[in-house]
Write a protein of this length. Sequence first.
Length: 63
Amino acid sequence: MGVRKAPKKKLPYIQDGDRVIADSSLVLGYLKQTYGDPLDQHLSRAERAIALAVQRLFEEHLY
């Protein structure tokens, strides 16, 4: 899997069976929902909000 095959022509993306999921937020949401991986279970609501803000900053402004 390379960037040329990526749906949005950028990384990250994953392929899970026949499904291709692009965009880090969608990938994380898909993995949590599908496999029940509680990636941020130990974080408080405030810490989750900060983590989301940092994630968005990287995705939208520092790519």
